[in-house]
Design a protein around this ligand. Structure first.
Ligand code: ADP
Ligand code: MG
Length: 366
């Protein structure tokens, strides 16, 4: 778990709890620290407490218990205009009656920055998001994507050390969203800004972040860099929430070191790596990524367990093939294979055997 007295922490949540009604905790004992310059994403389903955490950090909501610190100072002791926090939200809320340049100048005026300085900063911020020639327009005269870029420029124009973004790309179409994801991460890294980004979109979280904190029910279920989160989920929730996973249910039959044999409820045995199980007899949900399933026996280790499978559906997706199987009574077992010249295209009705390396199959909490 995060160190609660980390001297390198630029942002720190220390044992933070939040209740809106005095009864239910929507944030439960949150400990989280970010070093300067980190891009951290809070990822989780709707209602898991992400926005509440961001609002507490911004100072719009107060924590019921615990403390939030920026650069070692409790935010309660920092007046809002000195917090140096830039914010971008889903409904970017540019001021409709002001031009783009006026929108950007506004946070500078609030901070009592002189006119010539203001003009230089506005120009630089607009150039940064490639909107330099749009300063004279009003928000209604821009596309959604352009407005979003202006919102980003407005959050950055006063050179905040910390930027908070709450689902800022939710309203954009896929192509623009992907372009903006790329632009935001590059801007943040180039400017050395510490960013807390909120999304419910796991692809967005994986592609943009230095670390991802997976939220569920007011708690961080796991916090890790994207590759670790994807490859080493620590529990069933994270395994299901990040990427696609096949799950099978059973009981641990043998266990030694980092290998175990699980007897599935259908009776067959499989190889797995114990993650949340510790002894013979433990119930478990095992989790296998579709791209790690092998149906070419020569690629399996000697003595590996295999399962009989029936091909139900073959879907051509261009870069990959997606094949749906019936495995151990599960009709939704998916395997993915790369569309390479020598790749086998399985046919519905075909009977095959599948297996995997034990380290690719994680025995998690039941
Ligand atoms: N202002 C509020 N008053 C009362 N309850 C709230 C308020 N804001 C959020 N909640 C509740 O707190 C929980 C967490 O909400 P939120 O932080 O918005 O989650 P997320 O951003 O992950 O979707 C939800 O159950 C939500 O209904
Ligand atoms: Mg939210």
């Amino acid at each position: 778990m995060a160190n609660t007295h980390n001297e390198d922490a630029f942002v720190a949540f220390e044992r933070v709890q939040k209740s809106y009604d005095g009864e239910t905790l929507v944030v439960k004992d949150l400990n989280l620290t970010l070093p300067k310059g980190e891009f951290l994403t809070m990822l989780g389903p709707s209602g898991s407490g992400k926005t509440t955490c961001l609002m507490m950090l911004a100072g719009f909501e107060t924590a019921t218990h615990g403390e939030i610190k920026i650069d070692g100072v409790s935010i309660n002791n920092i007046p809002p205009h000195k917090r140096g926090i830039g914010m971008v939200f889903q409904n970017y809320a540019l001021f409709p009656h002001m031009t783009i340049a006026e929108n950007l100048a506004f946070p500078l005026e609030v901070r009592k920055i002189g006119k010539s300085d203001r003009e230089a900063k506005v120009k630089r911020a607009l150039d940064m998001v490639e909107m330099g020639s749009f300063g004279g327009r009003r928000p209604a005269q821009l596309s959604g994507g352009q407005q979003q870029r202006v919102a980003l420029a407005r959050a950055l124009v006063f050179e905040p050390e910390l930027v908070l973004m709450d689902e800022p790309l939710g309203a954009l179409d896929k192509q623009l969203r992907e372009k903006m994801q790329f632009e935001i991460t590059h801007l943040a890294h180039n400017l050395g800004i510490t960013t807390v980004y909120v999304t419910h979109d796991q692809t967005e979280a994986l592609t943009m972040s230095d670390r991802v904190a997976v939220f569920d029910d007011g708690r961080i279920q796991q916090i890790a860099p994207p590759a670790e989160l994807y490859e080493n989920p620590q529990n069933s929730f994270v395994a299901q929430f990040i990427g696609e996973n096949n799950t099978l249910h059973g009981v641990v039959k043998k266990i030694s070191g980092n290998a175990c044999v699980v007897q599935l409820d259908s009776g067959e045995e499989i190889d797995a790596m114990p993650v949340n199980v510790s002894k013979v007899g433990d119930r478990t949900t095992v989790s296998i990524r579709p791209e790690r399933v092998e149906f070419d026996k020569t690629r399996l280790k000697k003595g590996a367990h295999t399962l009989k499978a029936e091909v139900l559906e073959f879907i051509y997706m261009g870069d990959i093939f997606r094949t749906r199987l019936r495995v151990a009574g599960n009709d939704e077992f998916i395997i993915k294979s790369r569309n390479a010249p020598d790749q086998v295209r399985l046919q519905p009705g075909q009977q095959i055997e599948i297996g995997w390396l034990p380290e690719d199959c994680r025995a998690l909490d039941a």
